[in-house]
Design a protein around this ligand. Sequence first.
Ligand code: NI
Length: 183
Amino acid sequence: MEEPLVHKIVTYGDAVLRKQSMPVITITEDIRSLAKDMLETMYAASGAGLAAEQIGRTERICVIDVSYAHQDDEIANENPDTPMPMVLINPEITAHNGSQVGQEGCLSFPEIYANVKRSENVTCKYLDLEGTPREVEAKGLLSRAIQHELDHLNGVLLVDHMSHIQKMAVSGRLKRLKKESQA
Ligand code: NI
């Protein structure tokens, strides 16, 4: 068994972040090791979620762990039956309702945060690492994380949710990121 690797995280400006992910057909050893690397990379960067595009891959896989926020009892009680971390293969949101607005960051946009409107609740279907079909009904922070990571898998980024004014406020940092990733 190989040790998981911490990968370099792709930042804004790299074309891979705009790619539509490809559904996983078979859960091979390569896919399992990709998922482990993604978890390792997310934890090393102190992130709450990571999509395959963020390490330069296009498989439809993301990982999420929002347990860091569980010191807050209210958040800990939002999704008590969903153990962390989660590995979601071929995830799709099948239902959503309500709305929430909250501050969001992204490992591909270091030091940039934006208020983003999301659904309060989502139902998400996915396969686990054994290939078993699963469904999670998520609310609050987990719901937000799932929506953010699924955006990545569809080539949609934090910047796409920013208002004109929000973008203006961080335009210098956005330009610098773009320049760095294209250098
Ligand atoms: Ni992100």
